[in-house]
Design a protein around this ligand. Structure first.
Ligand code: THU
Length: 160
């Protein structure tokens, strides 16, 4: 028997102004898109902001449905929007933020497992890391160097 381990590294920023400017803009896009969240069931708003390598930014928000399993996460809405409007433009980074209806979330808002899986697929397809920037409604910011960093040992097409 041998024991193995993984090291997870990420950057911590106490203030958004310490981020590189493009990542500040991605986070601002995520925050802007909170207002477009359709979340009458959870009342929990999620915003995502994508930075494309061509300097454009694309936003997305969670879109819920009375048939609950059909709810779409903000991250996947933003990825689909980017693929629809700017196909084949590489994604440099995605920022994610949240707004709870009755409490202040002050810890970074991590993408759910399904969104991590989809982010990993996009990352693998484009052969370039996607930086992941996360913040709650307020508080510190985490930056991960890639999607795979937040889904270590991910399942992918190599198994098929
Ligand atoms: N949600 C996202 O949009 N992204 C995540 O990564 C986690 C969860 C949404 C789905 C649902 O509309 C609400 O947050 C509560 O789960």
């Amino acid at each position: 028997m041998q024991k193995n381990s993984l090291l997870l590294e990420w950057e911590y920023y106490a203030d958004k102004n310490a981020l590189v400017f493009a990542e500040q803009q991605a986070l601002a896009m995520a925050k802007k898109h909170l207002q477009y969240s359709h979340s009458p069931y959870s009342n929990f708003k999620v915003g995502a902001g994508i930075q494309l390598v061509n300097g454009l930014f694309i936003g997305g928000s969670n879109q819920e449905n009375a048939s609950y399993p059909l709810c779409l996460c903000a991250e996947r809405v933003a990825l689909a929007a980017a693929a629809a409007v700017h196909p084949n433009i590489l994604i440099q980074a995605m920022a994610v933020t949240v707004k709870h209806p009755n409490k202040i979330i002050d810890k970074p808002a991590m993408p759910c497992g399904a969104c991590r899986q989809v982010l990993c697929e996009v990352e693998q397809k484009q052969q370039q890391a996607i930086r992941i920037i996360t913040q709650g409604e307020q508080g510190g910011i985490y930056v991960f160097k890639s999607a795979l960093a937040i889904l270590p040992m991910a399942f992918d097409a190599s198994y098929l």
